[in-house]
Design a protein around this ligand. Sequence first.
Ligand code: NAD
Ligand code: 3PG
Length: 634
Amino acid sequence: MLTKTLEQTYFVIDFDSTFTKVEGLDELAAISLAGQKNRDEVVGKIKELTDRGMAGELSFEQALQMRIELLSANREHVELLVDFLRGKVSDSFTRNKEFISEYRDQIYIVSSGFREFIEPIVTEMGVREDHVFANTFRFDEAGTIIGYDDTNVLSKNGGKVRLLQQLSLPGDVYVIGDGYTDYELRESGLANKFFAFTENIERQKVIEKADHIVTSLDEFLYLNNLSRSQSYPKSKLKVLLLENVHARAVEMFSREGFQVELLKGALDEDELIEKIKDVSILGIRSKTMVTKRVLENAPRLMVIGAFCIGTNQIDLATAEERGVAVFNAPYSNTRSVVEMAVGEMILLMRGIYEKSVKLHNGVWDKSANNSNEVRGKKIGMIGYGNIGIQLSVVAEALGMEVLFYDLVEKLPLSNARQCHTLEELLSQSDVVTLHVDGRKSNAMLIGEKEFSQMKDGVVFLNLSRGHVVDVKALANAIKSGKIRGAAVDVFPQEPKTNDEVFESELRGLPNVILTPHIGGSTEEAQASIGEFVPNKLLSYVNTGSTYGVVNFPEVTLPPLHDAHRLLHIHQNVPGVLSKVNGIFAKYGVNIVGQYLKTSEKIGYVITDVAKNYSKEIVQELKEIEETIKFRMLY
Ligand SMILES: NC(=O)c1ccc[n+]([C@@H]2O[C@H](COP(=O)([O-])OP(=O)(O)OC[C@H]3O[C@@H](n4cnc5c(N)ncnc54)[C@H](O)[C@@H]3O)[C@@H](O)[C@H]2O)c1
Ligand SMILES: O=C(O)[C@H](O)COP(=O)(O)O
């Protein structure tokens, strides 16, 4: 993939904070002083000197001398450092190990750090040993570092420039680094371009001088059209995660090289419109409304992850029309909701919650009135989906009789019985619990009429969606005693963040457990969702596979072998596939595999092509009138 113009190009790469995420000398100080009282102070001083030297505020020679004087390390510490650095190679270098081996004759590591820890790391990554230039320590007989070889040009001010003069590379020189001394190579005229590398650290004074700022090696390779592990650098793609999704998600996206922003709360429509302009991947939970307007203002959006079960907060139809795939976690928090429903049902049947509130207020109310076992009682579930079914199993284990009502015919587990009408269920159940999905038509599913159809003294639970219940009618049914106890976890209007006040007619009513939409908020569920959803999103972004998608044609794709993958999303009207294939035929493209799936509105055609295709096809595919989105993977 190396273009002609770069055949004679040499890549001079810095080590500390570029090839690796950290500064070797700083880490060596930290390792050598482990357990000592003055560790933080000394390491702090060394770090400060490193930074000032790298930013060009202090002469390099001065900074090096002062740092080595502060250091009290030996050979064993250096070995420990090497082990540590193996885990600290910059992610984008790890991802592009192939580039390093492919261009090993053109890659030079030039560092003012020390060969003793640089060489093992970079050679393991494929760099030639004789292409590593760095300082060397001086040790005493006991193996303690007592200084450095001050005859090495790299220990001098302007050392990198002098070294490059000596190397006299016979072609263009591109320098990649994070420090001022790297820029000096460009300033001296010895390098043709300086790429400020900001994956690990950003130094303003260095960035200002750069020909290009690259946030990762992927971006450098993309910019120069060099072979790379990512067809498009992920460091140029933004991931916006809202509503405090699990830290695991942040870790997974960051490790892949995306720019990731995590916000604690939800955003309202206008705030989201402002934020989403340059976002490619959006992660939300149940509170962020992804409306038509939001989607219309999200030109780069590829995919949305609902880090929860419900997707009613997303305008799925508009997302589909705009070629934005939506994924969720359909069962990662199911068990958490079930456990909460069971616990609440028992607390309410026994009047435990009410008695506890009274006792907190000093009232001793020991009595058996209105306190019942759940054993032998009927639990009526409205909605027999993933949660309903699992609750049904647990309820039966508690000795309850299970009735359910669902819009569709369902296989009843064990002794559960499907009711033909909602009324049939309501009129018989001692506990009524809602587990329907949040589709619009379920708004006010349970109102005055439905409450009147329930048995007197019923226990009522809603852990599904707030808009499903007429809250005023529920409040009246509680006040009138029709309902003996209720647990409500979801509300038509919920605060966007923990800082907002919650308003509801249900506040202050007796024997009513109110919870802030925490049915799925357990550490187990969140950790599981935090991994499940990013896996789905990454699979879509990296391979095009839509297995488990909510609003899109579903395809599972084979891994890509020695081919490029062209992903074309288009309006589903007659003739588009023939236009796509017409372009392939016109340019004699060799198709290795082709997959097509359509929904009523859109078509998703994925074509794997042999790598030697003519690049004009990309533009032509984009220009097909019905194209909604197009991207490539390799
Ligand atoms: N409180 C929380 O934190 C929390 C956590 C997870 C899920 N939820 C919510 O719980 C609900 C159920 O989740 P699930 O995973 O079981 O969903 P699901 O999609 O697996 O099941 C929903 C079931 O409800 C049925 N249904 C829909 N409308 C109905 C109606 N009007 N009458 C009867 N049946 C109807 C469907 O046919 C389906 O069988 C969803 O609304 C989800 O968003 C809440
Ligand atoms: O749909 C869901 O899974 C629940 O409502 C949980 O939503 P949350 O992630 O916003 O708590």
